[in-house]
Design a protein around this ligand. Structure first.
Ligand code: C2E
Ligand code: MG
Ligand code: MG
Ligand code: MG
Length: 288
C-alpha cells in the first residue's frame, strides 16, 4: 500500500509538472500573439512624496487582457516572457508608452513629472542589435532624460556582467535615473551601492506589510533610510496600504511611498484626472 501511495504521489507530481509545462507553452505562444494583436496595456501607479503629499512620479505596470482567458497577471507571465526573450520587445513597448504618457503630463500638468519603468535583467544583453538607448528615444520626443526612471533589481547587479555596467553608465551619463526595485529581498550586497550610480531604493512590500511600532520591519526601514540618505539616495516604500504604515514611514524619514493607501494602478487618462485634481503644492514662501 505504501508503495502504491508513493507511486500515486509520483504520478501526481509528474502530472502537476506536465500541466505546468503545458501552461508555460500555452503562455509562450499566447504572448507572441498578444504582442502582435496589441492585447497589452500600461497602467500607472502614483508615487507620493510624503513630506508634501503630492505626486510627481508614477510607476508604469504592464497589463494583459487575453480575449478568452481574461486578465492574466504579470506575476504569471513576466517570467515566461523573460525565458522566451519576448520581454525585450514587450519591455521596449512599455517604455515607449510610458515616454508618451510622461510627454503628455509634462506638457499639460507638471513639467517635472517622472515615470518609472521596470527593466528586466534579460533586457540587458548585447545580442539585441536593434537596441535603441532610452536616452535617444527620449531626445526624439524632446524630453529630458530625467523624465524616466529605470527600475532594476538586485539580481541584475550581482551578475556582474560588463554589459550591465555599460548600460548603467549610459543611464548615469545621459541622466536617466535608476531605482533599485524590491530592495532587501534579493541577495543584497552593499558592494553594488558603492560601485553603481543608483538614485532610489524601493523598499519591498514584505517589509511594509508588517510595519508596526517597535517591529523589526520598522527597524529595518529606519536603517535603510539612514544608509540611503548617507549615500545620497532617496527611498520609496512599496505596497503602503494603511495610514499607520504611511505615518511610520514618514517618521522614519522615508521620502516617497506607493500603494493602495494612496492610489491603485490606473489608466493614463485616469492618472491625468488624478494629477489635475490633486491639491496644488504650496507655493514657496515669498522672500522680502
Ligand atoms: P513591482 O515592480 O515591484 O511592482 C509593484 C507591484 O505591487 C505591482 O504589481 C503593483 O500593482 C503592486 N502593488 C502596488 N501597491 C500595492 C499595495 O498597496 N498592496 C499590494 N499587495 N500590492 C501593491 P503588478 O502590477 O502585478 O506587477 C508585479 C510585478 O511584475 C512587478 O513588481 C514587476 O516586477 C513585474 N512587472 C510589471 N510590469 C512590468 C513591466 O512592464 N516590465 C517588467 N520587466 N516587469 C514588470
Ligand atoms: Mg517596479
Ligand atoms: Mg543618476
Ligand atoms: Mg517592487
Amino acid at each position: 500500500a505504501a508503495k502504491s501511495a508513493g507511486r500515486n504521489r509520483f504520478n501526481f507530481f509528474t502530472r502537476e509538472l506536465q500541466l505546468q509545462a503545458q501552461n508555460r507553452q500555452w503562455l509562450t505562444s499566447a504572448l507572441y500573439e498578444a504582442l502582435r494583436t496589441e492585447q497589452f496595456s500600461v497602467v500607472y501607479q502614483p508615487i507620493v512624496e510624503l513630506a508634501t503629499s503630492t505626486c510627481h512620479k508614477a510607476e508604469a505596470l504592464v497589463r494583459w487582457h487575453h480575449p478568452s482567458r481574461g486578465n492574466i497577471s504579470p506575476a504569471e507571465f513576466i517570467g515566461v516572457a523573460e525565458s522566451c526573450g519576448l520581454i525585450v520587445p514587450l519591455g521596449q513597448w512599455v517604455f515607449s508608452q510610458a515616454a508618451l504618457e510622461v510627454q503628455r503630463i509634462r506638457g499639460a500638468l507638471d513639467r517635472r513629472f517622472q515615470i518609472s519603468v521596470n527593466k528586466s535583467p534579460v533586457q540587458f544583453n548585447d545580442v539585441d542589435k536593434t537596441h535603441i538607448p532610452w536616452s535617444q528615444h527620449l531626445e526624439h520626443l524632446g524630453l529630458p532624460c530625467d523624465s524616466i526612471i529605470a527600475e532594476i533589481t538586485e539580481g541584475l547587479l550581482l551578475e556582474d556582467k560588463p554589459i550591465v555596467a555599460t548600460r548603467l553608465k549610459e543611464f548615469q551619463q545621459t541622466g536617466v535615473q535608476v531605482a533599485l526595485d524590491d530592495f532587501g529581498t534579493g541577495f543584497s550586497s552593499l558592494a553594488y551601492l558603492q560601485k553603481y550610480d543608483i538614485d532610489y531604493l524601493k523598499i519591498d512590500q514584505v517589509f511594509i506589510r508588517n510595519l508596526s511600532p517597535g517591529s523589526k520591519e520598522l527597524a529595518l526601514c529606519e536603517a535603510i533610510v539612514v544608509m540611503a540618505h548617507k549615500l545620497n539616495l532617496k527611498v520609496i516604500a512599496e505596497g503602503v496600504e494603511t495610514q499607520e504604515q504611511r505615518d511610520l514611514l514618514f517618521s522614519a524619514g522615508c521620502d516617497f511611498a506607493q500603494g493602495y493607501f494612496f492610489a491603485r494602478p490606473m489608466s493614463g487618462e485616469a492618472l491625468h484626472s488624478y494629477l489635475a485634481t490633486q491639491p496644488a503644492m504650496q507655493p514657496p514662501p515669498v522672500l522680502i
